[in-house]
Write a protein that binds this ligand. Structure first.
Ligand code: BG6
Length: 501
């Protein structure tokens, strides 16, 4: 494992939830795994006043001292209170960084992590540039930008062009934490390291593809953000479409940032646009309503804090679309996401075409649900192949069986968290798992007509679904014939409507 060059990580939005819950724990884990450079510091920056020690204490609350290294790690953390809109603050930041570089013998390499509200995505980089903190003359200067990257096609384009005024594309790392998940990366390995999958991975053998990314959680304390975002912007434009790209793309020439991004871009360019008059038929949106889950009352979305009592924001989206290229012509892709569903699961289902002729007694064997490859991203990460086998005994009765592999069986290997992987890659300057500006815009181009239709056409329904159910029943009608979505359970190998969730 290559340890990154010595540098300083500056986290903007350091008093926020993401820093405490994800970023600092990921950095601590990298420290424990000896993956941080010997000369290294973290500078938290946000509006709240903290001393270095107060900030360290706050960060400590989320860290478990499993290795006796915690105090040593905490000493690497510093804090600077800043006004993100004030030039003086950036002069102070520059001076503080220079001081730390000289006292800690760190070369002036800086990784700026923007864990801030989207309206600061343009401001902070421009302010950094004003004081010369974008210049790569004496060291590296990189920006990691959290999602959401824009809130529409137009805003994403504007954001990209503003960023590119002060930073080069190779300095900008747009994060999509799904790409940091070990099992999402495994999609490429499964497809391209095994001879058996690629030959059947196309329109000749695949009936349909399904991507599900659903959660039991509601919107937690994020009403303000979620009201503006909704499920389409929050999950589909980024996480779900990124997974679609990895499933659908051609093999890259090499495993290297540009080669992979190029193949993904081709997938986005091939997405058949959904016309505004088709939105009602191809996209189902829903919002959770009050319900009782396992005996406990759960509030409706409209009753959550900072949510409009007549809100039309969707907490569920299911859609059907096509990828118009040689490999996927005619194969429907179905994707869905939702809050307050019965279980939290992310998985991809590749359903294969049935045999052309049925020879056996298949009364107990449904070709659709039992002819599938399931790639489970989380939880119970693994791979499941559902096929038909002979039921023991007389005759030739076909019975569905599971062939399954669970990541947990690789017990000696620890799965790094998505943020560990992505932070480490950002520190090393490896952009393979980050999104390039043009691919983000291409994903927005696909999403924008849906947003427009929802905003402008009052006849497109917003369905209510009781919290704790699988979303609007209309989403099953997206799927052709009498087929339905796979209804997954907590465990990879169980399925059905009423399994243990
Ligand atoms: C985030 C969304 O990007 O992803 C959240 O903003 C969502 O609304 C989360 O809950 C899901 O991530 P994970 O890693 O828990 O599947």
């Amino acid at each position: 494992m290559i340890v990154p060059e010595s540098h300083i990580v500056v986290i903007f939005g350091a008093s926020g939830d993401l820093t405490r819950r994800k970023l600092i724990p990921a950095l601590y884990q990298l420290f424990c795994d000896k993956l941080l450079p010997p000369h290294f510091a973290i500078v938290g920056a946000s509006r709240t006043e903290f001393t270095d020690d107060e900030f360290r204490e706050r960060m400590k609350e989320n860290l478990k001292d499993t290795t006796d290294h915690l105090d040593e790690f905490l000493k690497k953390i510093y804090y600077l209170s800043i006004d993100t809109l004030g030039s003086e603050s950036y002069e102070n930041l520059k001076n503080r960084l220079e001081e730390l570089c000289s006292s800690l013998e760190i070369p002036p390499n800086y990784l700026f992590y923007l864990s801030t509200p989207p309206n600061l995505d343009q401001v902070i980089p421009a302010m950094l540039a004003k004081v010369g903190l974008n210049s790569t003359k004496d060291g590296f200067r990189r920006l990691i930008i959290e999602k959401p990257f824009g809130s529409s096609l137009e805003s994403a384009r504007k954001l990209n062009s503003n960023l590119l005024r002060n930073f080069r594309e190779d300095q900008i790392f747009r994060i999509d934490h799904y790409l940091g998940k070990e099992t999402v990366q495994n999609l490429m390995v499964t497809r391209f390291a095994n001879g058996i999958f690629e030959p059947v991975w196309n329109r000749n053998f695949v009936q349909r593809v399904e991507v599900t990314g659903v959660e039991t959680l509601g919107i937690e304390n994020r009403g303000g953000y979620y009201e503006q975002a909704g499920a389409l912007r929050d999950m589909v434009q980024n996480h779900l479409l990124q997974m679609v790209a990895l499933i659908a793309m051609e093999p890259p020439v090499v495993i290297e940032a540009n080669a992979i991004r190029y193949e993904k871009m081709k997938v986005f360019q091939s997405l058949r646009p959904i016309k505004s008059e088709e939105v009602g038929k191809q996209v189902v949106r829903g919002q959770y309503i009050a319900s009782t889950i396992k005996g406990e009352s759960v509030a409706a979305y409209r009753e959550e804090a900072n949510v409009d009592s007549e809100s039309h924001t969707e907490t569920y989206v299911a859609m059907k679309f096509f990828i118009d290229n040689w490999r996927w012509a005619g194969v429907p892709f179905y994707i869905r996401t939702g809050k307050r569903l019965p279980t939290s699961v992310t998985e991809i289902v590749i359903e294969f075409k049935p045999t052309p002729h049925h020879l056996f007694d298949e009364s107990a064997f449904n070709h659709h649900s039992a002819n599938q490859l399931i790639l489970r991203i989380q939880p119970d990460e693994g791979i499941l192949l559902k096929i038909g086998m002979k039921e023991p005994g007389s005759g030739f009765k076909v019975k569905p069986v599971n062939i399954d592999f669970h990541y947990s069986s690789l017990a000696d290997i620890k799965l790094p968290s998505a943020y560990e992987r992505l932070l480490l890659d950002g520190m090393r300057g490896d952009a393979t798992l980050f999104s390039r500006g043009d691919t983000v815009e291409a994903a927005w181009s696909f999403i924008q007509p849906i947003l427009d239709a929802w905003a402008n056409d009052a006849s497109v329904p917003l369905y209510g679904y009781p919290a704790g159910t699988w979303g609007p029943i209309e989403s099953d009608q997206l799927i052709e014939g009498d087929q339905t979505w796979r209804y997954p359970c907590k465990n990879l190998t169980d399925d059905g409507f009423y399994c243990e969730l």
